[in-house]
Design a binder for this molecule. Structure first.
Ligand code: URA
Length: 248
């Protein structure tokens, strides 16, 4: 017997936390009875579980990497009909959800899966899975400013943890620099806010690596399935960072 929210998350309905909300909002039935409390345990292979009247099956787990273009919302659906990341997954019929999010204007590596446990593992703040971005800024920030970003800067939601920050390219003609930054947290608009804090706002942002997975070779707006080895490596990356304390 397992907790209802765990079974729903493992069936790919949503993250475990979102499944809790789905339960408490009265959308789940077990053997014909609406369940709104969180303590309920079920037997996934014997009990009939429905969400919004539809039976929850044991879906095949799928894991994809998308090269998200800018101007797209990181969501599975948008009530206003704007472009969302799942529009770029032709041929995927399973209901997949983004693992974390990229801003509307950020491009690059985005993972999507119907494995709620896996998504939860990779995005939980206690697992400091590294994410690497290429940030393009106007001008060339002085090395001491990059050092500030490395050590940690004060944002309105607290100090940032130590980051790795290097110049990747400087284009004197355009007066732009590309800076590669690896952060170990996934706060909202974090990279943009870090660069704003040193007065070098980001004009283009691209995620190029998530844990051990690189974006390399995947054209913009295209996706591919992760290999079982890559999925395992990501899982290991999250578990290895489990005990790393923020700021150490
Ligand atoms: N940091 C940002 O500022 N934006 C993103 O999309 C991801 C990280």
């Amino acid at each position: 017997m397992e907790r209802l929210q765990k079974v729903l998350a493992e069936a790919g309905i949503a993250s475990r936390r979102k499944c809790e909300e789905i339960i408490t909002s009265g959308r789940v039935q077990v053997n014909g009875e609406v369940v709104t409390t969180l303590g309920v345990k079920v037997n996934a292979s014997e009990d009939e579980i429905k969400v919004d009247g539809r039976t929850v099956g044991q879906q095949k787990k799928i894991y994809v990497i998308l090269n998200k273009p800018k101007g797209v919302i990181t969501s599975a659906t948008d009530p206003e009909g704007r472009k969302v990341v799942t529009d770029f997954l032709p041929g995927i019929r399973e209901r997949v959800y983004p693992v974390g999010r990229l801003d509307y204007d950020t491009e690059g590596l985005l993972l999507l899966t119907n494995d709620g446990e896996f998504a939860h593992l990779l995005t939980h703040p206690k697992h400091h899975v590294p994410r690497t971005y290429q940030a393009t800024v106007k001008g060339v920030p002085h090395g001491t400013l990059l050092e500030k970003l490395r050590i940690g800067v004060q944002l309105d939601d607290g100090m940032t943890s130590p980051a790795e920050v290097e110049y990747a390219d400087v284009n004197p003609t355009k007066n732009e620099s590309i800076i590669e930054i690896t952060i170990y947290e996934g706060r909202n608009r974090q990279v943009r806010r870090m660069f704003e804090s040193i007065a070098f706002p980001v004009i283009k942002l691209k995620r190029i690596k998530f844990g051990p997975i690189f974006l390399t070779g995947l054209p913009r707006a295209k996706y591919r399935h992760l290999t079982p080895k890559e999925v395992e490596e990501l899982r290991e990356a999250a578990l290895q960072t489990h005990n790393v304390q923020k700021g150490q």
